[in-house]
Design a protein around this ligand. Structure first.
Ligand code: PHE
Ligand code: ZN
Ligand code: ZN
Ligand code: CA
Length: 484
């Protein structure tokens, strides 16, 4: 239900409220939470908390139970996959992540990706971590890739627990159908616009991090990923591990990211390959034997683990997350330009100043929350044929982009058809369209304005409702930035 839209012309004369606007300053306040569990593994970055082994194995035990209850696997198209995804999503939702399930078809049935965003941080420098959540059909897939999934999940939950306010935006991906040919990660990357790809500053992949005869490998297959690779290697060094580079050769989910120029790296504890005597001498374990003799087999179960390797890799993932969440990517400005290039009153705290809006759109009405402060642009929500708009004319800087936060609240069906729409236009050109199908809380949207560099152009948000059932489109914190 959308809130009843009863106001007639709640035109905001709210300049006095502007002084009370809370500015969300990016910070590095990622304090280590108190933990009763002592872990002997050193961590490379002092800020990152230790991830207790039990925080990882609790998820692995859940994956094992899910497989046992669902025909012994967590394979694409089988109920064990969806149950795994539902479990991970519930954990992340409860911790305060904004999650989204992306579905796609495969020859083995429908599969799903789970995307989880930690609110806040600079969206133009998004740091992402991921791994595949599916198993092969032969077994429960605990090492491949329950371990990567569980270790990422444990780090994400610790990150939330710490109350992190990262400099960069942080996102996690749990991929479906990797075992069918990297389908989920490819689908995700294909769904991104050029601007969204541009915004991904780093992608870390973790596929198999607890192999029973473990290796300690760092991906070395992405020319753009050198800085990420070196960070992972440094974390191993700090833990006293002399890691080896590996050319993964497109065998895991970072490949799709790499192909679109996003810097990638990852770690790997080994699959069907054989441990050398040099490796056994520095890492322990059995030379001449597979890193994971149960790779892609029924015996890849809860006993198919080296818990010391798993514990160490979980701490490394947390170190990496903490370090890169606040990493200084330098280069591009994230500050809105000033003067002619700026959006005036992008947070709608000064009423309609700078904006041309239809009646009642710019408001402090409490029935819809603001993204920041109390003012926002609330378009539509009448449940009858109606059009609202809010516009501002700007001079677009070089490599300009329009970013804003959008909340869609609807009484319409959210899976069928787009009945009520929000269009964002530059002049007469539509840059993007959202609808009742995009129902959900505030999300950050970035649109490429580079085609309008140097031009004066009207940026218009247009909300159109059909004759039945209300949809509310709420816009806040609009800014015009230069990605250059
Ligand atoms: N992607 C492989 C699988 O899931 C495992 C793998 C990971 C192989 C990383 C090489 C490097 O089966
Ligand atoms: Zn596999
Ligand atoms: Zn795998
Ligand atoms: Ca606001």
């Amino acid at each position: 239900m959308t809130p009843a839209r009863t106001r007639i012309a709640a035109l905001a004369g709210i300049a006095t409220l502007a002084a009370g606007v809370a500015l969300a300053l990016p910070g590095s306040a990622t304090a280590r939470p108190g933990s009763a569990t002592v872990d002997p593994q050193p961590t490379a970055v002092p800020d990152a908390p230790d991830i207790p082994l039990s925080a990882v194995t609790t998820h692995l035990e859940e994956f094992q139970s899910i497989a046992e209850a669902n025909g012994g696997n967590r394979y694409t198209g089988q109920p064990g996959y969806r149950a795994s995804l539902d479990y991970v999503q519930a954990q992340l939702d409860a911790a305060g992540f904004v999650t989204e399930v992306q579905s796609f078809s495969t020859r083995a049935g429908t599969s799903y990706n789970l995307i989880a965003d930690w609110p806040g941080g600079d969206p133009t420098n998004t740091v992402m971590m991921g791994g595949h959540l599916d198993s092969v059909d032969e077994g429960p897939g605990i090492n491949d890739n329950g371990t990567g999934s569980a270790a990422i999940l444990a780090s994400a939950l610790a990150f939330a627990q710490s109350g992190a306010e990262p400099t960069n935006h942080v996102r996690f991906g749990f991929w479906g159908a990797e075992e069918l040919g990297l389908l989920g990660s490819t689908h995700y990357v294909d769904s991104l616009s050029t601007v969204e790809v541009d915004d991904l500053a780093a992608y870390f992949n973790f596929d198999m991090v607890g192999s029973p005869n473990p290796g300690y490998f760092v991906y070395d297959d992405d020319a753009n990923g050198t800085e990420l690779r070196d960070s992972l290697t440094a974390s191993y060094d700090a833990a006293g591990i002399d890691s080896d580079y590996i050319d993964v050769d497109g065998r895991s989910d970072h490949a799709a990211f790499m192909q679109r120029g996003i810097p990638t790296a990852g770690t790997f504890s080994g699959a069907e390959g054989t441990k050398t005597s040099t490796q056994a001498a520095k890492w322990g374990g059995q030379a001449g034997q597979a890193y994971d003799p149960c790779y892609h087999s029924a015996c890849d179960d809860i006993d198919n683990l080296d818990t010391a390797a798993l514990d160490l890799n979980a701490d490394l993932i947390a170190d990496t997350l903490w370090a890169w969440a606040d990493h200084d990517f330098g280069g591009g400005t994230t500050e809105p330009p000033t003067g002619d290039d700026a959006i005036t009153n992008g947070g709608f705290e000064d009423g309609t100043t700078g904006w041309q809006a239809t009646n009642g759109v710019v408001t402090t009405d409490l029935d819809q929350s603001a993204h920041g402060g109390s003012g926002k642009a609330w378009l539509n929500g009448y449940g009858r044929a109606h059009t609202d708009s809010v516009a501002q004319t700007v001079t677009v800087p070089d490599a300009g982009r329009l970013t804003f936060w959008l909340r869609v609240d609807t009484d319409e069906d959210t899976t069928g058809q787009a009945y009520d729409t929000l269009r964002v236009k530059a002049g007469s050109t539509t840059l993007g369209t959202w609808s009742n199908l995009d129902a959900g809380d505030y999300r950050s949207i970035a649109l490429d304005l580079s085609a309008y560099a140097g031009q004066s152009v009207a940026l218009t948000f247009v909300g159109t409702e059909d004759a039945y059932l209300a949809s509310d489109f709420v816009i806040d914190d609009v800014s015009l930035t230069s990605a250059g």
